[in-house]
Design a protein around this ligand. Structure first.
Ligand SMILES: Nc1ncnc2c1ncn2[C@@H]1O[C@H](COP(=O)(O)OP(=O)(O)OP(=O)(O)O)[C@@H](O)[C@H]1O
Ligand SMILES: [Mn+2]
Length: 580
């Protein structure tokens, strides 16, 4: 009996030795090859030697800049197992768990909190590339592959030569005026004149705008543009045209619509690019007070940033690139401002901070000021679109506009069959416009924006042109509330673009999870974490509500009638005539 027991021990030892040998000689090298070493070269894993996570603010960390759009990504070509997920297996057909569930769960466990760069890097945690970036994985999905079909010159917003001529003209006018101004002030500083740079990312951005979107998927311009917005010195600061119109100092025919009383400014940078600056007015942790109407709500700089990232993730590409940045109110704004009205709204607070307030017809008071600490203040910078003289835009009232009074109600709020009326009205009766409105409603519902009173379009692209999703600063106000009425265009019309629905469905799968890809995408921004966790999680919850509503529509009207393929074809045009 004793001998038998000793034999058992020996057999156990022998088996263990075999297992160890097998693991170290066979399994481990294979695992290591798959997880950490890119076949064909030493592993730099997206710039992180040894596959370690880098600093949270490192742009290399996330998917956008590593993704080689329109072809095999850096991963696809080098042996990473990026499953070419078939829509039939994933988003297209039910919501079953995809392969890689285990990885996803592991990825979730190891997920870092925004801004917590040390969580991964400090512990030297080694993540296999496939776990590291859900965003990157998303971008390699077939739904995000490739670009629009080849474009002809007429498909671009600007003619290249015209855009360059206008740029040259503006630069020489700027240099002339600047020289004159320096002469008047007896300024002998060695400031150099602005140089024309045809490679400037803002110019490339303008030249890439086409009839499908503000930037192509394969564009590397957006990354460079965001980088510049985040770092470049400013050379001027002024009110935006619409603010000037309100103050009576600009030609109103040149602007889309005179609007706000908000603290927003146009900043120009050293490379002559421009951006709309909105300062931080509310901390990202603060929720909009319950008693606030949406039309008196604050404008949130972080909402502008997050909305751009969300729009890009949804593959709409209808929000101009927005970067967050710590702006020095004194050196980046006041010192480069030449407008005397603007100069006059700056003051030093009792706490010795530099502040400024909105010059407006109604409430020009220091109570409404924003202050630096003592000079620095967070803000959003939205890359400027080409000027209205080069690319005229149309501002159209949203058919689902809200009442901007305390008690008023619009027709859509009281008539559940309102969509039938809209469908009869030009241009909603023929073009893709209604579907575009529904896209915009899903976007606004996700961000919680109730302030979409108008939308803008480039006139060049006609009725079917895409809608610009400008001004998202009133999004992300209340994470605890899902304002379902924002989805009225969806549930009253029971229509949605199939491509939009497929992406929303994909983003609801555990392997992609909207909140996770958003969290990751926002880490690229200097002001990360841009959104608090409750706001990120609200995105998942709202996404499910959109899918739920669509599902109910499909049950009533059938898939064919609800999910519309683009371009609008004859059979689907008939769905527009369907009574809801
Ligand atoms: N990135 C941009 N490039 C060019 N023009 C822009 C950009 N962002 C905004 N604008 C223009 O400035 C106008 C006002 O901007 P925005 O709507 O963001 O500010 P606002 O103060 O909230 O205005 P409103 O009170 O009308 O909502 C827009 O309607 C648009 O025409
Ligand atoms: Mn606004």
């Amino acid at each position: 009996m004793w001998v038998f027991r000793r034999d058992r021990l020996l057999i156990l030892l022998l088996l263990s030795a075999l297992l160890v040998a097998d693991f170290s000689l066979y399994i481990w090298p294979k695992l290591r090859g798959r997880l950490f070493v890119e076949p064909g070269g030493p592993c730099t894993c997206n710039g992180f030697p040894g596959g370690r996570l880098g600093n949270a603010s490192s742009p290399e960390r996330t998917g956008w800049r590593n993704h080689s759009w329109g072809g095999p990504g850096p991963g696809a070509g080098n042996g990473e197992q990026h499953e070419p997920r078939d829509m039939a297996a994933g988003a297209g057909n039910g919501m079953h768990q995809e392969p890689g569930e285990e990885e996803a769960r592991a990825g979730k466990r190891m997920h870092m909190e925004p801004g917590d760069s040390s969580a991964g890097a400090g512990q030297g945690m080694q993540l296999p590339p496939v776990l590291r970036s859900r965003l990157r994985r998303l971008l390699q999905h077939p739904l995000y592959a490739g670009d629009a079909p080849a474009l002809g010159p007429g498909d671009y917003l600007l003619s290249g030569p015209e855009a360059v001529r206008s740029y040259r003209r503006k630069v020489s006018r700027w240099n002339r005026r600047h020289k004159l101004h320096k002469g008047e002030l007896n300024n002998t500083s060695a400031e150099r004149p602005v140089q024309v740079n045809l490679q400037a990312p803002w110019l490339q951005f303008h030249r890439e705008i086409n009839r499908h979107s503000l930037y192509p998927r394969s564009s590397t311009t957006v990354g460079k543009l965001l980088d510049n917005l985040g770092h470049f010195n400013t050379i001027s600061a002024d009110y935006s045209q619409d603010e000037k119109a309100l103050l009576g100092t600009c030609d109103c025919s040149q602007i889309v619509k005179p609007s706000g009383v908000h603290l927003k400014l146009v900043l120009r940078f050293q490379d002559f690019g421009k951006a709309m600056f909105k300062p931080m007015r509310q901390k990202r942790e603060d929720e909009t007070p319950e008693d606030f109407f949406y039309f008196i709500d604050f404008q949130r700089h972080n909402a502008e940033i997050a909305a751009f990232h969300l729009d890009r993730i949804l593959d709409f590409r209808r929000v101009p690139p927005v970067a967050g940045r710590l702006i020095n109110i004194s050196s980046d704004i006041l010192e480069v401002a030449r407008n005397e009205v603007l100069q006059s709204v700056f003051f030093i607070s009792p706490a010795n901070n530099t502040c400024f307030f909105a010059k407006c017809p109604y409430m020009c008071k220091t109570e409404y000021a924003v202050c630096g600490s003592p000079h620095l203040l967070e803000g959003s910078l939205s890359a400027f679109l080409p000027s209205l003289s080069l690319a005229p835009r149309l501002s159209v009232p949203n058919p689902w506009i809200r009442s901007y009074t305390f008690t008023g109600k619009e027709e859509w709020e009281v008539n559940p069959l309102y969509c039938n009326t809209v469908k009869l009205i030009y241009p909603y009766n023929s073009s893709n416009r209604l579907l575009n409105i529904i896209d915009m409603a899903t976007f606004d519902f996700l961000i919680g924006n109730m302030d979409r009173h108008h939308y803008e379009m480039f006139t060049k692209f006609g009725e079917d042109g895409f809608l610009l999703h400008l001004d998202n600063a009133r999004g992300f106000g209340r994470h605890s509330q899902d304002e379902i009425t924002i989805l009225a265009p969806l549930y009253q019309c029971c229509l949605i673009k199939k491509a939009t629905w497929q992406r929303l469905k994909l983003l609801s799968l555990p392997d992609y999870q909207l909140s996770d890809v958003m969290r990751e995408s926002l880490l690229e921004d200097q002001l990360a974490p841009v959104l608090t966790e409750p706001h990120l999680l609200a995105l998942d919850r709202r996404l499910h509500k959109i899918l739920q509503i669509t599902e109910e529509c499909v049950q009533i009207h059938g898939e064919e009638a609800v999910l519309v393929s683009e371009p609008l074809e004859e059979p689907t045009a008939s769905t527009l005539n369907r009574d809801t």
